[in-house]
Design a protein around this ligand. Structure first.
Ligand SMILES: C[S@@+](CC[C@H](N)C(=O)[O-])C[C@H]1O[C@@H](n2cnc3c(N)ncnc32)[C@H](O)[C@@H]1O
Length: 242
């Protein structure tokens, strides 16, 4: 393998963070999500072009949409709640699972969280989250490791989760397999003593029971993504029995 030819640049696109940062800034603009005006994020206005450009740059088809380029209704609701109720996060170390743009992690830091770890497996999230944290003058750490591959036995000793006081998850109930894994992992974390808060606009795979609604908001969304430009989205905790 020592004398293997290096991959030509066009076959190894976007392999460095600087290129991904440039891509994010080229195809998005710094904007305030309509329902979370305290936060600035690098966001796209419509999905098709940036999705096509992502596939072109990655030289792959069938990629997930660039979730990181939008402030999803569930994330906006959860971020809104944290900014309106800073006691929920002040002084805590939070983990934002399915972070996308990092909206929820950024809002948590602005609301006084001691630290925030944004977790997302999308290869562009390191750049998007770094840029978005910078735009708001806060620090947000990021990992692209798939924590859902771990079980709750690992949770207690996992280096990324040691010291996490609160888990936040905005808009993670939109796909059958992923949402099932997500909620199994989140429930296990909650049962193991790390409380979870969810933000969700009633996506198809939001569990129909075992949730306690904490707040609800009418969230202004991007009509290009949703059927309407206003969605009711709620903040939930898992219900505790007994
Ligand atoms: C609809 S977006 C929500 C983004 C953000 N929380 C918000 O509300 O704006 C869902 C995110 O979950 C991420 N995701 C999917 N599977 C994941 C996994 N196994 N671990 C972490 N993130 C995951 C996707 O990449 C995507 O960015």
């Amino acid at each position: 393998m020592d004398d293997a030819e290096p991959l030509p640049q066009e076959l190894a696109p976007m392999t460095d963070l600087a290129s991904r940062r440039a891509f994010v800034q080229r195809y998005t603009a710094l904007q305030r999500p309509p329902s979370v005006g305290e936060v600035q994020l690098w966001l796209a206005d419509e999905v098709t072009r940036i999705w096509e450009m992502t596939e072109q740059e990655m030289q792959q088809v069938g990629l997930d949409p660039p979730f990181w380029a939008f402030a999803w209704a569930g994330g906006q609701a959860l971020a809104r709640y944290l900014l309106d109720h800073p006691d929920a996060v002040a002084g805590r170390s939070v983990l934002d699972l399915g972070a996308g743009s990092g909206l929820v992690a950024v809002a948590a830091r602005l609301a006084g969280a001691r630290s925030a770890l944004a977790v997302d497996i999308d290869p562009f999230c390191d750049a998007a989250i770094e840029l978005n944290a910078e735009a708001n003058g806060v620090e947000v750490a990021h990992t692209d490791r798939d924590l859902l591959a771990d079980d709750v036995g690992v949770l207690r000793v996992d280096a990324d989760l040691v010291g996490v006081d609160l888990i936040l998850a905005g808009d993670v109930s939109y796909e059958f397999g992923m949402s099932g894994r997500m909620h199994r992992w989140l429930r296990a974390a909650d049962a193991a003593g790390v409380p979870v808060m969810l933000g969700d606009p009633g996506r198809r795979y939001l569990p129909s029971d075992g949730l306690e609604q904490v707040a609800a908001y009418d969230i202004v969304t991007t009509p290009d993504l949703e059927e309407s430009d206003l969605r009711r989205a709620a903040v939930y905790r898992y219900a505790r029995s007994g």
